[in-house]
Design a protein around this ligand. Structure first.
Ligand SMILES: [Zn+2]
Length: 335
C-alpha cells in the first residue's frame, strides 16, 4: 500500500483508508519526510531574514524535481487532482509561520523576496530596491561625477551602503558636469537605486563629505524613463578682446536670445538651445563670465572646443577659451 505522510495525504484530498496508509515521515512516498521538517526549515528562513527591516514578504521555493514527479505520479495513479501542489503547500505553510510573527504576504511589492532552495537548503533574501530622488552640490574642483573611485558616484555609493546597510547602489544622472566644475545652488538632481537594503526607514536624508553635499529629496517608484531638464551654467572664458561685450550683446539680442546649437552625432544633428542671460567682463583679468541656460544634453565642452558643433563658441564670441564652468541650477522640466 502507498505510504504518505498526513500532510501529503490531505493535500491529495485523500481519506486515509484503503488506498493509502499514513506513514511517519521518512517513509512518505512523495516528500520523504520533508513536510514534517517544516519547522526546522522555517528556522532557516528566520535566520536568513534576520537583520532585514521589512513588513511584507513573498516566499518562493525550489523543490527537487523527483519530488514533484512523485506527486504527479500519485495523482495519476489514484486519479485525483489534489487540492494544492506540494510546492505551494510548503510556501503557504512557511508564509503562515512568518505571518504569525507579524509580517504579511505581499505578492506585488514585498519588502523582501525570500527564495528557498530545498535541494541545497539555501535561503536567499533580496530586499525590494529603494529608489530615491536626490540632489548633490559640489564645492571642490577636480572631482569627477562617475566612476568607482574618487568620484561623486563612489562617495555617494559608500554612504548609501552604510546608511541603508545596502549591498550596492546604482545611479541615473540628470546630466553631468566637468571634473573641474562646481555645482552650486540647490544642486544637481539625480536618482539612486538602493540595492538590497537591510534598512528601509529612518535613514538620514543628508550627507556631506569631501566637498560633496547630498540631500535625499524623496523616494520614487523607479528610475524615470525620460527626463527633460535645463541647466543654468556659468562659463569662465579667457578673453582679451576689449569689444567682447558687443559680441555678447549681439548674441543676447539674437532671435529672442535663443541660439540653437546643433551637435552632430552619428551623422545626425541634435539641436539644443542656448540662452545667454548674463555676462560680465573683467578686462584686467581677461575673464568673461557668461551665464547661460542650456537644454539638457547640451555639451559645454564640445561647444567650447567646436567639435562637430554649429555654431561653436568661437563662431559666436570670437577668440575666447573656456577655463572651466560651474553649474548654477539644474531644473527637471518633465520626467
Ligand atoms: Zn509527505
Amino acid at each position: 500500500m502507498l505510504q504518505l505522510c498526513h500532510l501529503c495525504a490531505v493535500r491529495q484530498g485523500l481519506h486515509v483508508g484503503n488506498t493509502v496508509g499514513v506513514s511517519d515521515g521518512e517513509e512518505c512516498y512523495i516528500c520523504h519526510g520533508l513536510m514534517l521538517r517544516l519547522n526546522d526549515i522555517f528556522m532557516l528562513v528566520e535566520d536568513a531574514v534576520k537583520g532585514y527591516e521589512f513588513r511584507s514578504f513573498l516566499i518562493g521555493a525550489t523543490l527537487p524535481q523527483d519530488m514533484l514527479e512523485r506527486e504527479d505520479e500519485v495523482r495519476a495513479k489514484l486519479k485525483v487532482r489534489g487540492i494544492e501542489s506540494i510546492k505551494s503547500s510548503i510556501t503557504r505553510e512557511l508564509g503562515m509561520m512568518l505571518s504569525s510573527k507579524g509580517y504579511r504576504v505581499d505578492y506585488e511589492r514585498p519588502d523582501v523576496d525570500i527564495r528557498l532552495d530545498l535541494i541545497s537548503m539555501d535561503v536567499n533574501v533580496r530586499a525590494r530596491p529603494i529608489y530615491l530622488l536626490a540632489r548633490y552640490r559640489k564645492s571642490i574642483r577636480g572631482l569627477k561625477q562617475k566612476g568607482y573611485d574618487n568620484s561623486i558616484e563612489s562617495i555617494v555609493r559608500g554612504w548609501i551602503a552604510k546608511e541603508f546597510k545596502a549591498r550596492d547602489a546604482r545611479f541615473l544622472w540628470v546630466g553631468g558636469e566637468d571634473k573641474d566644475s562646481l555645482v552650486v545652488g540647490e544642486g544637481r538632481p539625480f536618482f539612486i537605486k538602493v540595492v538590497d537594503a537591510k534598512k528601509r526607514s529612518g535613514y538620514a536624508d543628508r550627507f556631506s563629505s569631501d566637498g560633496v553635499d547630498v540631500t535625499i529629496v524623496r523616494e520614487v517608484d523607479g528610475f524615470p524613463r525620460q527626463i527633460k531638464f535645463i541647466n543654468r551654467v556659468r562659463l569662465y572664458l579667457e578673453c582679451s578682446d576689449p569689444s567682447i561685450m558687443d559680441k555678447v550683446r549681439a548674441v543676447m539680442a539674437y532671435d529672442g536670445a535663443d541660439v540653437t546649437v546643433r551637435f552632430i552625432e552619428d551623422g545626425r544633428y541634435i539641436a539644443k538651445r542656448m540662452h545667454v542671460v548674463d555676462a560680465r567682463y573683467n578686462a584686467e583679468e581677461d575673464v568673461l563670465e557668461l551665464d547661460i541656460i542650456i537644454d539638457g544634453g547640451f555639451t559645454v565642452k564640445r561647444f567650447a572646443e567646436g567639435l562637430d558643433t554649429e555654431p561653436s563658441m568661437k563662431d559666436l564670441f570670437g577668440d575666447v577659451a573656456l577655463k572651466y564652468f560651474d553649474v548654477l541650477e539644474v531644473k527637471i522640466v518633465t520626467s
